[in-house]
Structures are given as C-alpha cells and as structure tokens.
Design a protein around this ligand. Structure first.
Ligand code: PMP
Length: 498
C-alpha cells in the first residue's frame, strides 16, 4: 500500500493502527543502524516526568530517560517555562558562539556547580551539540596544549561514535590509544575485585608510565569515566580515581573526566568526580546539561587555553533553547538537593534489588552509584552447553602460582558467563509490564536503570515491582524450560501496564 493511502486509513482507524503504521514505516525507511528503536517498539506521543504515553494509548515508566539525558524527566515545568520564556522574548535562537544573556546565565550557573579546584580558573568551550563532539574537542585541546599525541584510555570505555571518541572507547576497531584496565569487582581482570583489584589496576598503569621500555611515550592526556555507563555500570572506586589523579598530575598528563552521562546529580554528587574530591584538568559535559535539548561543552583549567582564535569552531554551538533549558535544570538540581536524593534513593533501590533478585542464579551482580544502576544477567549455574565458568577464587584452580595474590579479598562468587539473551528477555518482559529499561555492558547483558532524579518514592516502588517481576519471570522460564526457553518468546501474556 502507498504511504499516503495507509496514512489516510490510519487517520480514521484505531490508535493501534497509527502505532503499527509508524513502526512499519520506520523499519522500512530508517537506517539498519537504528538501536533503541529495535528493542523498544513504542511510538511516544506524550510524556511527563517518568511517564511516556505511546500512540497506542499504553503508558510506560521511562527508566531510559533519553540515555540519561533527562535529569528532571520529560517536560519538567521549570524546563518548559525556561524554553517558553526564550521563545516569547523574541531572542534569536541560533547565534554561533556570540554572547547572549541566555548564554551568560548558563555559564554563570554551570561555573557555580564546578568542583572548587576548577571553578575559579575555568574556561568553557561550546562544542558541536553531542557528547562525542565535546570528547573530540577535549582530545584536541590536550594534544594542542601538551604537543604530544598519545592518549591513555580504559577497557570498556564509551566516549562516542566520531572517529577520535571511538578510538578511545573500548570497542575501537583499531588500537590508537593505550588501553588500561578499568577496575571492576565482578569481572576483575586480576580475579580479585574490590580494593585489591583496583590497586593492581593502578599499579599496572603506574608501571606502564614509568617503565622507559613500556612502549608508551608520555601521552597528551588520560580520559576516563568516573562511572562507566555503556561499559556496564561500573563505578570506579574513589581511591583509584585519586590515584589516577596523582599519577597524571605528577607526570604533567592532563586528566579528562568524561561526565557526559554521570553529570548533573546522576551518581549522588553534582559531578561524579566530587565523590573522590579530585579536580580534573578537563571535564566533558553533555546530555543533562542541556535540560533535554542538545548541548555539549568542555570545561578546563585556564592554563590549558592555548587555542588560537577559531581553532575549534562549528555552526551549532549557540542553541539558546538548550542553554535556557540547561540553566533551569542545573539550578533546579542544585537548589533542590537532587544529587543527594539520587544518592539515597539509589542506595535503597540497589539494596532492595539485591535482596529481591540478587540471589537468583541468573543475576550476577547488582551494582551502580546513585541513580545509575545495573543488573548483570549471567548464565545460571549448571546451564548445559556452557563451560563451568571461571574457577572460584580460592579453590587453587586459577592457574596462577599458589600464594601469588591474597585471595581473601576475592569476590564471594566467581563470574558466570554473560547472558545477553536473558538480558534481552528481561528488557522485553519489562516493556510488557510498562517499564522501559536500557541494556548495556560488554555483551549487552546488563539491564540498566537511569530514571530521572525527580522520580517519586511511589514511582520507585512501581519500577522495582515491575523489574523484579520481569527478572523473576525470566528466571522461572529458564529454570522450567532450560536455556533457550525464556529468550525468544513472550512469557505470560496479559500482564498489565499503568
Ligand atoms: N561519553 C559518555 C560517557 C557517554 O555515555 C556518551 C553517550 N552515551 C557519550 C560520551 C557520547 O555522547 P553522544 O551520544 O551525545 O555523542
């Protein structure tokens, strides 16, 4: 049927026909690289706070939040008022990098929130509108300032999809950055996790920098995420971050903190680096700073500001609506203590998840910081056809010299193989229960929650209910029918949404 005919038919048909028609046209016309749209076949038409309403009339609790962009949820009144005010004022909407009152207010509010060590000496560069643009700018800045070219980056990192940002991400197609181990408990590359695993990761980094034959010349910078988001929700220990700060400061290596996802209260502090008290040389900011509209900046110490006029330009660096929405968001989070609230709520949520589903054989780990939470799905113990998993630490079966490490600090359970099929089944089951969650991690086996910081206690309880119910349903199907059962099919039809 021609597109215009089917549109006319939909206009007079039930809501479900509009929904189906739009989805059908999307899959026929949009790129096969589309991502979220594949796992989440919904057509949002209205949204407020945590709730999205689809064209088919169904309502969902949105814990994807525009991939962590919506600190205040959808269409928060202070954001809408700020946008309306600019629209009604007759101000120009796009002004390159010219000075405007709207931009002036944004910079004032942004600088008010910065780590104290940076606030008094900060410079800001407005970049192209995406996080990846700001990453490119940060890399270019430190290369210009140091006259060096190499970059230190971490396993599992995600910094964006443009060439430079991709090169420092964990999935880089070729090696262009020196890759260092990022500390993690459950899948610690040294098999020990905890503070000991982080210590070993730091020692490796230190030896690489100090060994004249390491093959790693003094780099232009080190880039890291204080909590890896796309990498599977891995919070870096504060001590490790302080160690990275000392290591880089002692060797005059600029430290770039990518706070694109962790910023604006998400992890329980305004910026995630605030937990450890470190002051990065460069901060990469996007997502929530635009209050749901596209905006990206780098903020850096003034002595790095060696750029010539025009050294980093771009057309879309003057989005006045995004700046107004961003100012309103930053101020609202600051004035209402939403970062602290996110910290408290996140701790409660994780405790509850650990007690409700943490004991299931298919749940490897519940982890996170603040309202950046992940549940890693793993192959349940004894799944036929899978290897028995890595040996349990302390059993003497690690293949290492006995006594080489202190296994007392080892995690209680050895990691099971990642289970992306189960994670996808959980995501589907969540959607059927009216809950939108994201998948992440190395093998897309981590179910991720990034709810708005404004989520109410009642909504938090509803999210918990739906998620635990979905995980339990997948676990039951897996137990009952074996490995492949719950992964490709709907489990129990008829579950309701709100
Ligand atoms: N850095 C981090 C830490 C991110 O999480 C992301 C996006 N998920 C980016 C950079 C890239 O941002 P964008 O998608 O806006 O280019």
């Amino acid at each position: 049927m021609a597109v215009t005919e089917s549109l006319a038919e939909e206009a007079h048909g039930p809501a479900g026909a509009v929904h189906e028609g739009i989805l059908r046209r999307q899959s026929a016309r949009e790129s096969s690289a589309r991502t979220y749209a594949r796992a989440l076949p919904i057509v949002p038409v209205r949204a407020r706070g945590l709730t999205i309403e689809g064209a088919d009339g169904r309502r969902y609790l949105d814990c994807l939040s525009g991939a962590g962009t919506l600190a205040l949820g959808h269409n928060h009144p202070v954001v809408l008022a700020a946008v309306r005010q600019v629209l009604d004022s007759g101000a120009p909407l796009s002004v390159l990098d010219l000075a405007t009152p709207v931009k002036d207010a944004f910079i004032t509010e942004l600088f008010r929130t910065l780590p104290p060590g940076l606030a008094g000496r900060a410079r800001v560069q407005f970049c192209g509108p995406a996080g990846t643009d700001a990453v490119e700018a940060a890399l270019k800045l430190v290369r210009t300032a140091t006259g060096r070219s190499g970059v230190l980056a971490f396993t599992g990192a995600y910094h964006g999809m443009t060439a430079g940002a991709l090169a420092v991400s964990g999935g880089a197609p070729e090696v262009q950055a020196t890759r260092l181990p990022y500390p993690q408990d459950y899948r610690c590359p040294f098999g020990v996790g905890g503070p000991r695993g982080a210590e070993l990761a730091a020692r490796f980094t230190e030896s690489l920098l100090d060994d004249p034959k390491s093959g790693v010349p003094l780099p232009a910078g080190m880039i890291l995420e204080p909590v890896q988001g796309e990498g599977g929700v891995l919070p870096a220990p504060d001590d490790w971050l302080r160690r990275m700060r000392r290591l880089t400061a002692d060797r005059a290596i600029p430290l770039i903190a990518d706070e694109v996802q962790t910023g604006v209260g998400r992890t329980g502090a305004f910026w995630a680096v605030d937990h450890s008290g470190i002051t990065p040389d460069v901060m990469v900011l996007s997502k929530a700073i635009g209050g749901s509209l596209p905006l990206a900046v780098i903020v850096y110490r003034d002595d790095l500001d060696v750029w010539q006029p025009g050294a980093h330009a771009g057309t879309f660096r003057g989005n006045q609506l995004a700046m107004a929405a961003g100012t309103a968001t930053l101020a609202y989070v600051r004035e209402n203590g939403l970062a602290e609230r996110a910290g408290r709520l996140g701790t409660r949520l994780m405790e509850q998840l650990r007690s409700d589903i943490g004991g299931l054989a298919c749940v490897g780990e519940v982890r996170g910081r603040g309202l950046m939470i992940g549940v890693e799905l793993v192959e349940p113990e004894g799944t036929p056809g899978e290897s028995a998993g890595e040996p349990t630490a302390g059993e003497g079966s690690s293949g290492m010299e006995p006594g080489a490490y202190d296994f007392d600090t080892a995690p209680a359970r050895a990691p099971r193989p990642a289970a992306p099929g189960l994670a996808a089944a959980v995501q589907r089951e969540c959607l059927r229960r009216g809950l939108i969650v994201e998948l992440g991690g190395r093998h897309s086996s981590v179910v991720r929650l990034l709810p708005p910081l404004t989520i109410s206690d009642e909504q938090t309880a509803a999210v918990l209910d739906r998620l635990t119910d979905a995980v339990a349903a997948v676990a039951r199907a897996e137990e009952r029918h074996g490995p492949r059962a719950g992964r490709g099919h709907d489990l129990d039809p008829g579950t309701s949404t709100d």
